[in-house]
Design a protein around this ligand. Sequence first.
Ligand code: ATP
Ligand code: MG
Length: 482
Amino acid sequence: MAESAADAELLAAAAVALNRNGEVLRDVGAVFADAGHELYLVGGSVRDVLLGRPLTDLDFTTDARPEQMQKILRGWADALWDTGIDFGTLGVGKGDYRLEITTFRADTYDQVSRNPEVRFGDNLHDDLVRRDFTANAMAIRITGDGPGEFHDPLGGLAALRARMLDTPSAPQVSFGDDPLRMLRAARFVSQLQFGVAPRVLEALLEMAQQLDRITVERVAAELDKLLLGADPVAGIDLMVQTGLGEVVLPEVGAMRMAIDEHHQHKDVYWHSLTVLKQAIDLEDDGPDLVLRWAALLHDIGKPATRKHESDGGVSFHHHEVVGAKMTRKRMRALKYSKQMVDDVSQLVYLHLRFHGYGDGRWTDSAVRRYVTDAGPLLPQLHKLVRADCTTRNKRRAARLQANYDDLERRIAELAEKEDLARVRPDLDGNEIMRILSIPAGPEVGQAWRFLKELRLDRGPMDHDEAVGELLKWWNSRERPGV
Ligand code: ATP
Ligand code: MG
């Protein structure tokens, strides 16, 4: 198809998509036009309508200054958020819509600290030039005589058709101004399944180290978007190949260990990326960030635990324990929530236990402990363990899956007989204190833990049996001075 015809088709499809949001666009356009200002749909919103992706937030740019915007929108919006006001951004709630409107920017970068000095501009072109990628630097006019007028001074549409990320100006300058753009490139590689232009790749290789100037909060937000994208494997691999990974997630690239001469173990790095891909294929309820993080990191303990055995083999003893610790450390450094750190590291810690299952010879107690230790993470653990099988030996792969089917069956059977979701001691703290005639204190905790262990081993006991066991334990304890 001729280029212009293809472009016309894309724009026509975009117009249809925009029409679906026609009412809110016409309304917000009218309030800005009435006040004598220009308003453009811009950035990710324009890109996404052209790609036929669903629109989430609507991003706009305008010549109105923040305080003018506030005045213009006060009577129209249902809600206004001004947390980004210093950067010229106003968040707007209108019905189900969330709009982000930003005054034209024409930032300059202080070449010493390289912090942007926010400077407002007076024209659309300057605003588009300072954006990260050309595919994100297109605008559609909402106000005035030419609503729907398409602005693409930097070749964004051509880049979008080529599925290519390129910077509006020289990438070295752009990445020097804001190194986060380098990580955004990897994020868009995953999210949009675009490639990077050769000059962008060169600049990434040259400048990756500068990502260390960016705060961890901004880094983590991009990493999450990367992992939640359509092709995180491509995004992670770009990070690792360019050196961005070395700065923010060094454990992942470190899994590229030399393959030993006996080929006793596969490349742990590619194994991990394959597990990530396979875990994604098992998702049944939309993208699962915890599962994806765990799949990516599940083997990061391997390089540190690798041992060449005397028989020529290689072992990675306790790599799940070391890996869980490393996961915790990395995710804490990236300032993830405690819940997120706990969940991902617990999955890493548990990912190997199933391999002791063999041919179904776990006791009920072992099954109970598996379920209890996973807690609410059990569905994700099932997926992680099933995904963690990348052998090319079809019979071996089938046997592993069949064994896991068997374990899930055992879990279901046991769950029918007892409440597996909440394994608790058969006696609570108050009963323990009453039976032993002791006050609240550390001994109650010890007794509680003893009963919980017993409960895990044996399953539910009746009340008298539990009291008997408690007393037996209490009387046989070694107590100082007794
Ligand atoms: P999504 O909303 O799916 O995360 P997006 O492209 O809209 O993707 P945002 O972070 O919402 O990304 O940013 C909106 C727009 O602002 C971008 O499309 C881009 O034009 C511009 N932008 C965002 N961050 C930067 C940056 N660090 N440097 C230059 N331009 C940026
Ligand atoms: Mg956006």
